[in-house]
Design a protein around this ligand. Structure first.
Ligand SMILES: [Zn+2]
Ligand SMILES: [Zn+2]
Length: 209
């Protein structure tokens, strides 16, 4: 499917997203300067990987919860619904967010960093993975092999199809990096594994909220 041309609305919101992310960075730097946010500057080692894993697990759960809350009215209509105007996402859609959501995610990230002296390398690893998952979730095609969602470990990791289904049906697949919380709380799209990497048939889908 050939995507429609970019609208001015998308470009303005994406630019605002970058701007408000800079505001978050400034807030984090001020907290760092005041000593409320401590960074461990240790050199490359196993602790980088451990910190990145801890940050990923904590943020995955926190974002699952906040994402479900973002679908509650009137927040959905006024804030998160802007991101859901795009049934067929593309990479730029990752940045098409209401500024309140940008500040919310950034605030959550900075708040988690204030709880512990994470290593700088661990933070950078996590942020790199976050960008990778974000782009993958909005890339518009599934680059992974068809059998991915049927492998016992791999099917628990978030994919392009996983987030694309959320853009299509809204009431399933609230996770970002993993499908773990959706499986646990019963919000995983029931056809996800069966229709992985294939466009679903809308008429066969349950109605969404
Ligand atoms: Zn999205
Ligand atoms: Zn959503």
């Amino acid at each position: 499917m050939i995507p429609p041309p970019l609208s001015r609305h998308e470009l303005v919101l994406a630019a605002l997203c970058v701007l408000f992310n800079s505001v978050v960075m400034l807030g984090g730097w001020l907290l760092f300067r005041e000593g409320a946010l401590v960074v461990d500057g240790r050199p490359l080692g196993w602790r980088w990987l451990l910190d990145a894993l801890v940050l990923g697990l904590v943020m995955d759960f926190a974002m699952y919860v906040t994402h479900r809350l973002a679908h509650v009215e009137p927040f959905y209509r006024w804030v998160h619904g802007i991101h859901h105007r795009y049934e067929h996402p593309r990479p730029l859609t990752l940045f098409v967010l209401h500024p309140i959501e940008v500040l919310g995610f950034g605030g959550l990230w900075v708040a988690v960093l204030c709880t512990h002296a994470f290593s700088l390398g661990g933070m950078l690893l996590y942020l790199s993975a976050n960008t990778l998952f974000g782009v993958l979730g909005h890339v518009g095609v599934e680059p992974l092999p068809d059998g991915w969602a049927r492998w016992s470990v791999l099917r628990r990791i978030g994919t392009s199809t996983f987030h694309a289904r959320h853009h299509q049906y809204h009431s399933t697949n609230f996770g970002f990096y993993t499908a773990f919380w959706d499986r646990l709380f019963g919000t995983l799209d029931p056809s996800y594994e069966e229709t992985f990497a294939r466009p679903p048939k809308p008429k066969e889908r349950p109605s969404s909220s």
